[in-house]
Design a protein around this ligand. Structure first.
Ligand code: S3P
Length: 450
């Protein structure tokens, strides 16, 4: 059970063609950042297309707890009256970030260089996840963290009263760690430098520049070097959140594997640091096209058109592409199960510390549904059964992980027998309209009583 919802077992029955237009919700990463940066600006930031998933609602509640005025105007339109960099108030309650690693890690960074104390917690999934990757660099600014063993939540952060700027090379490919350091650097005097060897999603850098911070990004031999000048006055923005490529992945991949399908997924953010899945699918032979390519709010956007692709072949996914599709490996493995030959995915150790151990969760469920999966610590491989060849028929554990639940429900759409998940409740964290949207295209997803 999630910290907010009840257990909702679900079953997906093989279905006929999926067709129509799939309007997926706003981008989760950009939604969190819009609220947090809005809270750190002086004046009113207006946001349209905000993802109203539980993860983002938890971040909205947290920003209120730190003193910002966050108002829901309905229909994805929100406003945030920010308190300015360094203006966070000390919350009088524990901050519950629910299921969201992005929420808790970015907010810890944002408050760590203010002279306040905050205690963070989350659901059973989040409270298992490693936080030292964030609290280690925050300690360099002068913040202190006291948490459970292994650097787990619940955890209290004592913000630095006299923060110093830092130079930090991120040891794991993580946009959350990078962003936490940059957000902490906002309230440190002087220049904070973050170096990442492998490029990860760059929404924080783009948005900080949009909010008027002085930030420079240099590609060098040692990686991307990001330099932020601290203590800017952030100017409120009008933000139109693009639709989430990580959510688009589900109707796109479903259309590729369900016979006769033809689905249009409009207005999808195609920032190169996020679009690795779509490149991979095209390399596998997917009939996936980008229509009406354009730029919206500083992000490249296109309408994706996906048609049934019975001749997809397994490939070696280049490890250097991993960061740009890190959340999409679960659904890629479902497509791989419906392709011919072996799909090899290397350099993906980070999958083991997401909302669940995603290699283990997918491997277990795929095997139960008749698909061969091999795995090592930082790689896994799926041997495809060809179009429509997955037997299905099993109940899979979603491990409080929205992307695992949605991936198995998509598996069931193209299998020989229905596929169930023990709990589809977590889907509401990132894609609350998933069932209705997929049902509207022709999918058959049913809820069962717990
Ligand atoms: C995110 C970064 C990624 C990703 C997560 C969202 C972000 O996590 O998996 O869903 O918005 O910064 P890591 O930073 O742990 O790679």
């Amino acid at each position: 059970m999630s910290s907010h919802g009840s257990v909702i077992p679900m079953r997906s029955t093989p279905c006929g063609p999926l067709s129509g237009v799939a309007e997926v919700p706003g981008d989760k990463s950009i939604s969190h950042r819009s609220l947090i940066l809005g809270a750190l600006a002086v004046g009113e930031t207006r946001i349209s297309g905000l993802l109203e998933g539980q993860d983002v609602l938890d971040t909205a509640a947290a920003m209120r707890a730190f003193g910002a005025e966050v108002v829901d105007h309905g229909g994805g339109n929100w406003s945030v009256h920010g308190v300015g960099v360094g203006g966070f108030a000390e919350p009088d309650q524990v901050i519950d970030c629910g299921n969201s690693g992005t929420g808790v890690r970015l907010i810890m960074g944002a408050m760590a260089t203010s002279p306040i104390v905050a205690t963070f917690t989350g659901d059973a999934s989040l409270n298992k996840r490693p936080m030292a990757r964030v609290t280690d660099p925050l300690a360099l600014f002068g913040a202190r963290a006291v948490g459970r063993s292994g650097g787990r939540l619940p955890m209290t952060i004592v913000g630095a009263a006299d923060p110093v700027p830092v130079r930090y090379e991120v040891p794991v490919p993580s946009a959350q760690v990078k962003s936490a350091v940059l957000l902490a650097g906002l309230n440190a005097p002087g220049r904070t430098v973050v170096i990442e060897r492998e490029a990860t999603r760059d929404h924080t850098e783009r948005m900080l520049a949009g909010f008027g911070a002085e930030i420079a990004v240099e590609e060098t031999g040692e990686g991307r070097v990001i330099t932020l000048t601290g203590q800017p006055e952030l100017k409120p923005q009008v933000i139109a959140v693009p639709r989430d490529p990580s959510s688009a992945a589900f109707p796109v991949c479903a259309a590729l594997i369900v016979p006769g399908s033809d689905v249009l997924v409009p207005g999808i953010g195609l920032n190169p640091t996020r679009a690795g899945l779509f490149t991979t699918l095209r390399e596998m032979g997917a009939d996936l096209t980008y229509e009406n390519q354009r730029e919206e709010g500083g992000e490249p956007v296109a309408d994706l058109r996906a048609r049934y692709s019975p001749d997809m072949e397994g490939i070696e996914v280049p490890p250097e592409r991993a960061a740009s599709m890190i959340d999409e490996y679960p659904i890629l493995s479902v497509v791989a199960a419906n392709a011919r030959g072996r799909t090899m995915m290397r350099g993906v150790k980070e999958l083991r510390v997401k909302e669940s151990d995603r290699i283990d969760a997918m491997a277990t469920g795929l095997r139960a549904n008749g698909v061969e999966v091999e795995e090592g610590e930082d790689w896994w491989a799926v041997t495809g059964r060809g179009a429509g060849g997955v037997p299905g028929g099993a109940v899979c554990a979603s491990h409080l992980d929205h992307r695992i639940a949605m991936s198995f429900l998509v598996l069931g759409m193209a299998a020989k027998a229905p596929v169930s998940v023990d709990d589809g409740g977590p889907i509401a964290t990132s894609f609350p309209i998933f069932e209705g949207l997929m049902g509207g295209l022709g999918a058959r997803i049913e809820r069962a009583e717990a």
